[in-house]
Ligand binder design. Structure first.
Ligand code: GAR
Length: 215
């Protein structure tokens, strides 16, 4: 089996990155985490990745005088130099331009801490509590030109409890993120998904029943 060479892009602590790395340790996992790239030199996740013996790279966005496309050209060059085939954004806090999005159409996935299309952007747990929703969760989707948009691969739902704070709710969502992201990457790397417009199908109805990760 040829494992898809995957780069994980991070900006921070990298717990989702850790979940992907752990999953990819299984010999039958269809992706290999070949590179962890951060736009922040001080990202905690870089140390975690190095502990796993994974190659790391830093492309510091502050070195490009606000020229987002120049930053992305450098990111793309690093990905190409490592012969990367798939990209998983895991808390990579840069708004992407069409340059990088178009270069990686259907080969770049992202995790967002909300049930999209609700609560795009930041502070998703605070806003979920403000709006009074009873179900919240996380989404893994292909990256498109719009922020936190693009064909949805997997969602995981969690209940919102009466006593929740943004922190307790966020911790419950993070647990579900760590479950669904490895699963989504496996589906994509294994060539088991079809994208048709906004819809992603994996062709197996029985298997799909497991895609709503319920607490
Ligand atoms: C995760 O909750 C991820 O869903 C979120 O950042 C966090 C990163 O945590 N991403 C976004 O908000 C992207 N819009 P991690 O570094 O521990 O994986």
């Amino acid at each position: 089996m040829s494992r898809k060479k995957t780069a994980v892009l991070i900006s921070g602590r990298g717990t989702n990155m850790g979940a992907l790395i752990s999953a990819a340790l299984a010999p039958d996992y269809p992706a290999e985490i070949a590179l962890v790239l951060s736009n922040r030199p001080d990202a905690k996740g870089l140390e975690r990745a190095a502990e796993f013996g994974i190659q790391t790279a830093v492309v510091d966005h502050t070195g490009f005088s606000g020229d987002r496309e120049a930053f992305e050209r450098e990111v793309d060059a690093v990905l190409k130099a490592h012969k990367i085939e798939l990209v998983a954004l895991a808390g990579f806090m840069r708004i992407l331009t069409p340059y990088l999005v178009n270069a990686w159409t259907n080969r770049m996935i992202n995790i967002h801490p909300a049930l999209l299309p609700s609560f795009k952007g930041l502070a998703t747990h605070e806003r979920a509590l403000e709006e009074g929703v009873k179900l919240h969760g996380a989404t893994v989707h292909f990256v498109s030109a719009e922020m936190d948009d693009g064909p949805i691969i997997i969602q995981g739902a969690v209940p919102v409890l009466d006593q929740d704070t943004p922190e307790t709710l966020g911790a419950r969502v993070l647990d579900v993120e760590h479950k669904i992201y490895p699963k989504a990457l496996a589906l994509v790397a294994g060539g088991r998904v079809r994208v048709s417009g906004a819809r992603v199908t994996s062709g197996d109805a029985a298997e799909n029943t497991g895609d709503l990760v319920w607490p």
